[in-house]
Design a protein around this ligand. Structure first.
Ligand code: NAP
Length: 295
């Protein structure tokens, strides 16, 4: 068997088309333009490219987008003041502080200072709490993207044995919580593996769905999965460079081996990656609608 390839590129394109229509309707019917600000501290090249991709995507969808870049030695106080400024700016519905922040910055303090109603990354404890109890909230973008990939590919999650590999606050933990929610895209029986898990293959071999988010290249191999498994590979690992200097990427799953046993699998690149920015845009549009009392 060779797996169906779940394309994040195609799914993200479809969602962006839907959002473009929605943004145009908001403008035409309600004179609302959703607004997003990205705040970058320092000059980390990877962060710079993520932030510019976010702003470019926002603009392409008709979202008002502002990009603020601060010096690497910006103080906690100045960063807090900037967040506060945007908390009070009616043009801005979503505030994204690009992580990681420089070491001298108190990251939790900054994230907690964002108004939860503008926290389109879904990292504020208020949104995390709402997610856990199943209330309306901003879902963190990468797990939200995984949910969309599963549902739009017609993968049945209800009653499925789901194994999440990784327990970070931005991917693994929210993923676990979303899959066990009592609603159509959840209702799974969830196991979570991490570095202290004694026998990961024991768990992955029983899984109907594996969601891999460990950051270890090609860690999940064909002998660790059962026939017919659905595999969502969140991992993005740089494993080398091409002659032209472009990064060669690999996921956490040995794609070539596992695709011969899986029913469906996401590639890297072109799987979860394109979904993350798209879900940020979806959250920004949601924030604008909430601010206007439309939802
Ligand atoms: P992270 O904060 O480093 O967390 C990694 C998690 O995986 C930890 O819980 C760790 O366990 C676990 N882990 C690491 N090595 C393991 C091993 N050998 N066996 C079992 N568990 C292991 O990483 P993250 O931020 O969640 O990101 C995970 C991966 O997803 C990375 O490759 C990252 O680049 C990628 N990512 C992609 C997107 C996207 O848009 N596609 C977005 C975010 C992240 P412990 O808790 O025990 O240390």
């Amino acid at each position: 068997m060779s797996a169906k390839i779940i394309s994040g590129t195609e799914t993200a394109k479809a969602i962006r088309e839907e959002l473009t229509v929605e943004v145009a309707e908001l403008k035409d019917k309600h004179n609302i333009v959703p607004g997003l600000v990205t705040i970058l501290v320092g000059e980390d090249p990877a962060s710079q490219s993520y932030v510019s991709a976010k702003n470019k995507t926002a603009k392409a969808l008709g979202i008002h987008s502002e990009q603020v870049t601060l010096a690497a030695d910006t103080s906690n106080e100045d960063l807090l003041a900037l967040v506060e400024k945007y908390n009070n700016d009616d043009k801005i519905n979503g505030i994204l502080v690009q992580l990681p922040l420089p070491k001298h910055i108190d990251e939790p303090k900054i994230l907690n200072a964002i108004n939860p109603d503008k926290d389109v990354d879904g990292f504020h404890p208020v949104n995390v709490g709402r997610m856990v109890v199943g209330e309306k909230c901003f879902l963190p973008c990468t797990p939200h993207g995984v949910l969309e990939l599963l549902t739009r590919s017609g993968v049945e999650t209800s009653g499925a044995e789901v194994v999440v590999v990784g327990r970070s606050n931005i991917v693994g933990k929210p993923m676990v919580n979303l899959m066990l929610q009592k609603r159509p895209a959840g209702n799974s029986t969830v196991t979570v593996c991490h570095t202290r898990t004694k026998d990961m293959a024991f768990h992955t071999k029983r899984a109907d769905i594996i969601i891999a988010a460990a950051g270890v290249p090609k860690m999940i191999t064909a002998d660790m999965v059962k026939d017919g498994v659905v595999v969502i590979d969140v991992g993005v690992n740089r494993i080398g460079k091409t002659e032209s200097g472009k990064a060669i990427l690999a996921g956490d799953v040995d794609f070539d081996g596992v695709k011969e046993k899986a029913a469906a699998i996401t590639p890297v690149p072109g799987g979860v990656g394109p979904m993350t920015i798209t879900m940020l845009m979806k959250n920004t549009v949601q924030a604008a609608k909430q601010a206007a009392g439309l939802i």
